[in-house]
Write a protein that binds this ligand. Sequence first.
Ligand code: GLA
Length: 399
Amino acid sequence: MNALDKTLPLIKAFIEKFDRPPIMGVRAPGRVNLIGEHTDYNMGFVFPAAIEKEIRIVASPISAPELRIYSMNFDESVTVPLTDIRPSKDKSWSNYIAGVADELIKSGYNPGGCEMLVWGDIPIGSGLSSSAAMEVAAACLFRRLFNLSDISDRSLALLAQKAENNFVGVNCGIMDQFISMMGWDNHALLIDCRTLNAMLVPMPRRGEISIVICDSNIRRKLTGSEYNRRRLECEEGLNLLKKQFPTITALRDVLPGMWEEVEHTIPDPIRKRCRHVIYENQRALDGAEALENNDLEFFGELMKLSHISLRDDFEVSCPELDCLVRAAWGVEECCGSRLTGAGFGGCTVSIVKNEGIEKFKKRLTENYVKEFSIEPNFIVSQAASGASLLRIPSAIPAF
Ligand code: GLA
């Protein structure tokens, strides 16, 4: 299917809804994190890739100062007055767009009104960053539609993160919005979450391996819950460690050698949380180097260590994810597997040789159904490109 084939149904639905064609369209992808979990808000390193699942928005400006948003997935409409933007309780999907408009206004910009149609194929709430993709798509759309071209991609990703922090109320780090904006076809991105410098690393063995995402279908509740608690625990750890290392400003500054000297002085569970972050940070760096060197075996080992650390030290796994990962580790064609994203449910990520994908799916499904009577879902993807404009044909074909 070419890109336009995917856009035409959205244009058609837009015309049906708003009685005229859209003039602009954007897409922003979801993401999978290959390694480097819960390190972003500790100013450390992450190593995600954008995936071939995305949010698309098509839109046209209007003179009224309001956003008229229609979600094709929910078949619901919301009108957001730009002069009085408030979070919606019952149509929470719209908050990711309204929140971006709100942040733009707070930053001194002046987005105008528009009619928008939103569509996506990223499973919602599964930890593949459908919310970040929606924020990034909205941010790119507003930038283009209202000539805010002085905002760089980097600043726009930060603004989208602020929308999630301030408007949606999830105190997330920068990883999801950054990769959705900056992803690159067939590459993963090593991001330094302190400086926001990033390095593209080609996915090895093009055409021979795939990223296989397995959705446990266990939905996690991020807002205000365990995620925010883990952040606080990391801050507590940082404050304790500052007593011994006064110059550090984030857990990222504590290298494994430094940690080993003082680990015994930190009480549990803070000790375990810090230990995860400090070694995971190193694993993200080592992982990027391993992929760059085509060393999938070492990369797989690092993924396994990452999962064990998330399970035992950071305590964000769950029996369902552990079952899927254990099954994956037993498949010969699987190079590595771990939980991905915040945890508490959601998805696992595995690197699998293409010839073994069917066997992999079968094995995970059998084990999972046997243990939990739940069918998992799979997404097989290559690393995809970050947000981009959609081609909207000036002459719309007759439908
Ligand atoms: C969520 C957050 C990210 C990151 C991951 C854990 O996806 O949105 O910022 O903290 O969890 O690595």
